[in-house]
Design a protein around this ligand. Structure first.
Ligand code: ATP
Ligand code: MG
Length: 148
């Protein structure tokens, strides 16, 4: 399960760039230590594809999406940040529940399962997921993993 997370991130962003609505996905990588991590690459890819496709889906055309990978000795983390519609505070508590959808989505289609799956996968990887969001401020999701 060992792979280079910097190379993995670059390839993933390149792939996701193809399905944007003219959004630009900008990638930042901060590293100074070992880039090789020990994780289930397929689970991680699935999580990040869910987060990036949400960022695309819940943002306007031409808006910026930032993808950041940060690696240090104790942990590594990946952040997906958009400038989209945000998640109303009242809706945030239910976010990871199956079939949950916030009330500001208008007619954007979806099943409300993506984030529940992401949470399950993150738990399987012994990671942590955090978010920060507000209408008008966009949304940021962060996946963090301790180095063993
Ligand atoms: P799908 O199952 O196809 O992913 P979905 O996108 O509606 O459908 P989730 O990915 O689980 O389901 O997201 C749940 C809800 O959280 C969304 O319906 C939306 O209200 C909100 N949400 C998730 N990501 C974002 C985001 N980046 N910006 C704004 N709202 C979001
Ligand atoms: Mg989704």
């Amino acid at each position: 399960h060992e792979f280079d997370i910097i190379k993995f991130s670059e390839e993933l962003v390149e792939e996701m760039q193809l399905i944007t609505k003219d959004n630009q996905i900008v990638i930042y990588q901060h590293t100074g230590v070992e880039n090789i991590v020990n994780l289930d690459q397929n689970l991680l890819r699935n999580c990040l594809m869910n987060l990036i496709s949400n960022a695309i889906k819940y943002s306007g055309e031409d808006t910026l999406i930032e993808f950041c990978t940060e690696i240090n000795k104790e942990y590594y983390q990946m952040t997906v940040k958009d400038n989209g519609i945000g998640i109303p505070e009242d809706d945030q508590a239910g976010l990871f529940q199956p079939f949950f959808r916030a009330h500001n989505i208008g007619n954007i289609p979806g099943t409300g399962l993506g984030l529940n799956i992401v949470l399950r996968y993150v738990n399987l990887m012994n990671g942590k997921i955090d978010f920060n969001s507000g209408p008008g401020n966009g949304t940021q999701f962060t996946l963090s993993f301790n180095r063993k």
